[in-house]
Write a protein that binds this ligand. Structure first.
Ligand code: HEM
Length: 476
């Protein structure tokens, strides 16, 4: 597949002709082809329609900070006015202007450090349950295990520890709904009627999901004791004028929060464990730090900030394989992006993956080298796994806390090795970069030693796994 059929005749402008649907079909390949022709900004054009891509930190900053000219439009399919689909897609990711500001203030409350502190003990318990499921000698699919782990964690943080089953059911329904939105939404993005055939299924899923969320809201409203799950906090939240969120607004926020939290964090954990398994020196040094600092225990709240190697490993993993691979905005008026004039109502894509892989920002960008963070300090639009600016991820602190608890719990109990010759493939689906057919590892006792294994698959196009322990062997 090639996105690009011929360079444009519009001489100096960075416009390339191709098929717009090549972008959702293989986002990374398409963006790489465009970036090869035009390193900072490029438009993909088909029959007069354009998708615009920015790749440089400077243009990322412009797109991410100019909230007036670049509106968020996360969901392409909004449904009719009074539909479940409309209510479920009206969360913060679809809001702009004053409405976004107001909701961001209300939604931010439950994700502040102080609120999150209250989840620490439950997160440790859940990470220990995950580790208790693993036995040396087993073969496991990390992707499946991290998804299940995050489904439990996210559903309970968002909806409550005392309603495990309903919370889990909402989680599963949200996952199905998010997937359908992607499949159909990409069709809508480029007006492809063929892809919209699942529209009825999407509306049906939306109705089912809304019913479940309404049931949970009712349970929370009628609960005798005050609960500290995010939904309960949102039900009680009030803005400066004393106004709370309506039922429809709560439904939209709940769905979006689940979608934003679950797969992104699961994929980040899967990629980090995969990269560690394939980089024995880095893994061994990290395990040594954990042994010395934690002595086999899960990190306390205070210790979370005192594990510098773990910090660097997570930073580097989220640089080289960022779970949020790209995101998009839509222009509200004509703008200029570098040399490219852009019309109103054009979709503009910015990509963490592409920016994080720029050689002018990160020498040997395809290599996983946590030690690079000892000497680099990239700007907020050159390193942006959680985006940046006025729409910076509200759950970044929570996501990092989940990772900083789960990784030490697992790595102090087990050593992981990829199943030799396993196929590992990664793709951006619905903006998220995740494995497409599992990441199969062998679970070994902690003293077995990490050993890099030969793996197949397109992972070699995303990250250079040939980096041996000898190359650049500086302490991580
Ligand atoms: C490793 C895990 C995560 C990653 C990589 C991630 C990444 C991102 C990114 C890139 C954005 C900006 C999207 C855009 O501007 O188009 C974002 C926004 C957001 N994220 Fe996360 N996220 C993660 C976890 C979470 C969690 C755990 C939550 C909360 C439950 C969360 C809640 C949000 C919300 C509410 C927004 C919208 C902010 C706004 O529009 O003002 N995220 N996230």
């Amino acid at each position: 597949m090639s996105a690009i059929t011929e360079p444009t005749t519009l001489s100096s402008l960075p416009v390339v002709r191709g098929k717009l649907l090549d972008f959702p079909a293989d986002p990374i390949r398409c963006m790489r082809e465009l970036q090869r022709c035009h390193s900072d900004v490029a438009a993909l054009e088909e029959a007069g329609s354009r998708l615009v891509f920015v790749f440089s930190p400077e243009l990322n900053q412009k797109v991410l900070t100019d909230m007036r000219r670049f509106h968020a439009r996360f969901f392409a399919v909004r449904g009719s006015k009074n539909s479940s689909q409309r209510r479920l897609t009206c969360g913060i990711l679809s809001m702009n202007g004053e409405e976004h500001k107001r909701h961001r203030r209300l939604v931010a409350g439950p994700f502040q450090k102080q609120s999150i502190l209250g989840y620490h003990a439950d997160l440790v318990r859940q990470a220990e349950e995950l580790a208790a499921d693993w036995k040396p000698g087993q073969e496991r699919d990390l992707d499946q295990d991290m998804n299940r782990f995050l489904l439990g964690v996210t559903s309970q943080i968002l909806f409550g520890f005392d309603q495990r089953d309903l919370a889990y059911e909402i989680g599963l329904a949200t996952e199905r709904w998010v997937t359908l939105n992607h499949e159909i939404g990409m069709g809508a993005l480029v007006a492809d009627a063929g892809i919209a055939q699942n529209y009825d299924r999407l509306l049906h899923e939306a109705e089912g999901l809304e019913k479940l969320i309404r049931r949970m809201i009712e349970l929370r409203r009628n609960a005798s004791a005050l609960s500290n799950d995010v939904l309960s906090l949102l039900i009680r939240a009030r803005d400066d004028a004393g106004q709370g969120l309506s039922e429809a607004e709560l439904i939209g926020q709940a769905a979006v929060l689940f979608g934003a939290a679950h797969l992104t964090t699961a994929n980040s954990l899967t990629w980090t464990l995969f990269l560690l398994a394939q980089h024995p020196r880095v893994a061994n040094e990290l395990v040594e730090e954990l042994r010395v600092e934690l002595g086999g225990q899960a990190p306390t709240w205070e210790q979370l900030e005192r594990l510098p190697r773990l910090e660097r490993v997570i930073k580097e993993s989220m640089r080289v394989l960022p779970a949020s691979g790209y995101s998009q905005r839509i222009t509200t008026e004509p703008v200029e992006l570098g040399p490219l004039p852009v019309l109103a109502h054009t979709v503009v894509v910015f990509s963490q993956f592409m920016t994080h892989h720029r050689a002018d920002q990160y020498p040997e960008p395809e290599r996983f080298r946590p030690e690079r963070w000892l000497s680099i300090n990239p700007g907020p639009y050159a390193y942006m796994p959680f985006a940046n600016g006025p729409r910076h991820c509200l759950g970044s602190y929570l996501a990092l806390m989940i990772m900083k608890i789960a990784l030490p719990v697992v790595l102090q109990r087990f050593c992981l090795q990829l199943v030799p010759n396993a196929a590992v493939n990664g793709k951006i689906v619905s903006t998220m970069l995740g494995p497409t057919n599992g990441v199969h590892v062998q679970i070994l006792p902690p003293d077995a030693g990490f050993r890099r294994q030969p793996v197949r698959g397109n992972i070699h196009e995303l990250v250079d796994l040939s980096d041996t322990d000898e190359v650049g062997a500086v302490a991580a």
